[in-house]
Ligand binder design. Structure first.
Ligand code: ATP
Ligand code: MG
Length: 402
């Protein structure tokens, strides 16, 4: 009998046929995340996934559980998770194991209550009886404790399931959301800034598998700037599961824009061309949407009319999860996912290298399209796509970033 992990998923999202897809994908994602830690066995029943470390000693099991808990907190689709002690389906064993297992938690608390869940209706004790008797055993062992059924500091749960019973006391909140992969694939426009990594996190949370695409304009943008974006990919990998990263050479297009187009339209044209290239890469990668880190009104290229000009060339949904957020709210998430310190490193982005002095604040799509049509960008777009490089960020690489 040893320590295991219980995973609970939010049932709200689980309707009809979705349910088994959700469970299968979640289990696959969990296995993938834990594969390199050690051996675990997996079982699921009653909206719970049971993860048992496969090892020789209890100490080793506790260590495996420690490392696994850390990783599982970044797996979307998990509503709550807890470490639990596995017991025989026998009240004497439940009581005998609960006392030492909960020592630390109960010593630190003043009030507690016991909850019981019993899916095995053949178990000789009913839930209220389990609660009362286990509560009595724990109060005898830890006489400083008081029962508080409305606002206890600690809730001890005893679950009697098919093959075993489980005791746990500290339920932790999971990352929430839907398992990555259940909502399809999307291509993220990833700059080195604060916003786009947060956008990746938010859309991965809604079940999208993210592929990232970065535009670089060497020698105006340095190798160091590209490495910064790769560091961001490493930080995103635990949340996204794995991440394919494309780097698009954008120099020729930017130089042409600067040479041939009116300066005030420079940014908006650049964004349209980025969108056109991104959609080609999206098509090659089975992505059904583009994701950006835009937030309404944040800069000149994110006004409603600028967005209308970019969207005029889009033939797939453009998801902008940060559109209604303030910078402070975005920064909060960036800190939580640990991308903030990388994002603020002062390396140039292709957007900042060629910033017009007075960008057009209210560009009109038809006028922008007319200006764009004066230059034949098609062969340049084709070259940029052909020369795009690919790198895969997977579990192994992301471990260093955790
Ligand atoms: P971020 O903090 O994400 O860089 P930002 O506030 O600096 O955003 P912009 O530079 O206008 O805003 O970029 C808006 C969005 O366009 C970014 O969130 C990102 O999705 C995309 N983008 C900008 N620059 C690049 C780039 N070099 N490569 C890929 N996508 C980019
Ligand atoms: Mg930026």
């Amino acid at each position: 009998m040893r320590e295991i992990i219980l995973i609970k998923y939010g049932e709200m999202a689980l309707k009809g046929a979705n349910r088994s897809t959700f469970e299968d994908v979640l289990l696959r994602n969990i296995r993938y995340r834990l594969k390199s830690i050690g051996k675990f066995s997996y079982a699921k029943a009653q909206s719970t996934i049971y993860i048992t470390p496969e090892c020789e000693s209890d100490e080793e099991a506790a260590e495996l559980v420690d490392s696994a808990m850390k990783r599982l907190k970044k797996v979307f689709g998990i509503a709550a998770l807890s470490r639990a002690r596995e017991c025989e389906k026998d009240f004497a064993d439940i009581a005998a194991q609960a006392v030492p297992y909960l020592k630390e938690t109960l010593t630190a608390a003043k009030t507690f209550k016991v909850e019981a869940k019993r899916s095995d209706k053949a178990f000789p004790m009913k839930s209220p009886q389990i609660c009362a008797e286990l509560g009595g055993v724990l109060m005898q062992a830890y006489p400083h404790l008081r029962v508080d059924v409305t606002e206890p500091e600690v809730t001890v749960t005893a679950e009697v399931r098919d093959t075993h019973a489980y005791i746990h006391a500290a339920k932790e909140r999971g990352a929430g959301g839907l398992p990555v992969g259940t909502a399809g694939n999307a291509l993220l426009l990833l700059s080195g800034g604060i916003d786009s990594p947060v956008a990746a996190y938010m859309m991965a949370k809604r079940g999208l598998r993210i592929t990232a695409c970065h535009f670089a304009s060497p020698p105006y943008t340095s190798e160091r700037a590209r490495l910064k974006v790769e560091q961001l990919c490493e930080k995103l990998t635990p949340w996204c599961g794995s991440l394919v990263f494309y780097c698009v050479p954008f120099t020729e297009i930017q130089e042409t824009l600067q040479r041939e187009c009116p300066e005030e339209y420079f940014t908006i044209l650049m964004r349209r061309l980025m969108m056109e290239i991104a959609q080609q890469i999206a098509g090659q990668n089975d992505c059904g949407a583009i994701v950006t880190g835009e937030s309404l009104g944040q800069v000149a290229s994110q006004t409603l009319s600028a967005i209308a000009c970019t969207d005029a060339v889009a033939h797939m949904p453009v998801l902008r999860p940060l559109i209604g957020m303030d910078k402070i709210e975005i920064v909060e998430i960036a800190r939580k996912i640990d991308t903030f310190d990388i994002s603020i490193q002062p390396y140039e982005d292709c957007c900042t290298v060629f910033t017009p002095r007075h960008p057009k604040l209210r560009p009109v799509p038809a006028a922008v399209a007319e200006i764009q049509s004066e230059v034949d960008f098609a062969p340049m777009i084709e070259r940029a796509v052909a020369e795009t490089t690919k790198k895969i960020f997977a579990q192994r690489i992301s471990e260093a970033a955790e």
